[in-house]
Design a protein around this ligand. Structure first.
Ligand code: DC
Length: 230
C-alpha cells in the first residue's frame, strides 16, 4: 500500500494555509484538519456562555465546562471539506466572524484548552494520510511530521484577503479593524507562553505575499511527491 504521510502547515493568520491544505487533501485523498476551527469553536462556546468578552476572560468557569465541550468535523460533500460541529451543532459560519477572531487568541493561550485540543488532533493523525494546519502542528502536535510548511505574508496582504472574504460573505467590517486583528493575533499567538507560533527548525518557509495559489501549490506538491518517494 502507498505510504500515507503527515503534512503539518503552520503560519500566521490569513496566509492561505487552509486553501493549500484543502487542495492537498483533495489531490492526495488525505484528511484535512483545520485546528484553528477547533480553537474558534471553544471560543464560541466561551462567548455564548459569557466566559469571554472584549475585556474579560473567566478562565476557571470555562475550564470547569471543558469536558462538556465536544468537537467534531463532518465532511460536507457539496463544499468538499469538513465543517466544524460544536456539541452536535454546525458552527462553521459562526466561528468565522470578526467577533470570534477578536477573542480566539485569548482562549487559545490557555494551556488546559491546548492540552485537550492537541490530544484530539494527535488522535486524528495517528494513521497518517493527514494535512493539518494551525500554529503549533510542526512544533507540538506532530514534531515528527513528514513534511512541515511554514506560511508567511505581509500583514497588509493578509488583511486584504481576510477583508475580501468577510465582505464576500456579507459581513459588515472595515479594513482597519481587520488589519488590527491580524496584527494583534500575530502578536498574541507568537508571544504566548504555551506553544507560541514559531517556525519549526525543519519547516520549509513560504512567503506568499506575491505568490499565487497555483505556483505555491505546484511547489508544495513536488515536495509532497518527493516525500512519498522517500
Ligand atoms: O487558523 P485560524 O486563524 O482560524 O486560527 C484561529 C486562532 O486559533 C489563531 O489566532 C490562534 C489559534 N490557534 C492556535 O493557537 N493553535 C492552532 N494550532 C491553531 C489555531
Amino acid at each position: 500500500m502507498k505510504k500515507k504521510i503527515v503534512i503539518a502547515i503552520d503560519g500566521f493568520s490569513s496566509t492561505g494555509k487552509s486553501t493549500i491544505a484543502k487542495l492537498l487533501a483533495k489531490k492526495y485523498n488525505y484528511i484535512y484538519v483545520d485546528t484553528g476551527a477547533m480553537y474558534r469553536a471553544v471560543t464560541l462556546f466561551a462567548k455564548n456562555n459569557g466566559f469571554v468578552g472584549k475585556d474579560f476572560l473567566q478562565k476557571n468557569e470555562l475550564l470547569s465546562c471543558l469536558k462538556s465541550i465536544s468537537l467534531s468535523f463532518k465532511f460536507n460533500s457539496d463544499l468538499g471539506f469538513a465543517e466544524m460541529y460544536l456539541n452536535g451543532n454546525n458552527v462553521e459560519k459562526e466561528i468565522r466572524t470578526l467577533e470570534v477572531s477578536q477573542l480566539v487568541s485569548k482562549v487559545a493561550a490557555i494551556s488546559e484548552v491546548r492540552k485537550k485540543l492537541v490530544a484530539e488532533q494527535q488522535q486524528m493523525g495517528q494513521e497518517g494520510g493527514i494535512v493539518m494546519d494551525g500554529r503549533d502542528i510542526g512544533t507540538v502536535v506532530f514534531p515528527d511530521a513528514d513534511l512541515k510548511l511554514f506560511m508567511t505574508a505581509s500583514a497588509d496582504k493578509r488583511a486584504t484577503r481576510r477583508y475580501k472574504e468577510l465582505i464576500d460573505r456579507g459581513d459588515k467590517v472595515n479594513f482597519d479593524e481587520i488589519l488590527f486583528n491580524v496584527q494583534e493575533r500575530d502578536r498574541i499567538d507568537s508571544t504566548r507562553e504555551d506553544s507560541p507560533l514559531i517556525k519549526a527548525k525543519d519547516a520549509i518557509e513560504f512567503d506568499n505575499s506575491d505568490m499565487g495559489i497555483k505556483e505555491q501549490f505546484e511547489r508544495i506538491c513536488s515536495l509532497v511527491d518527493s516525500k512519498l518517494e522517500d
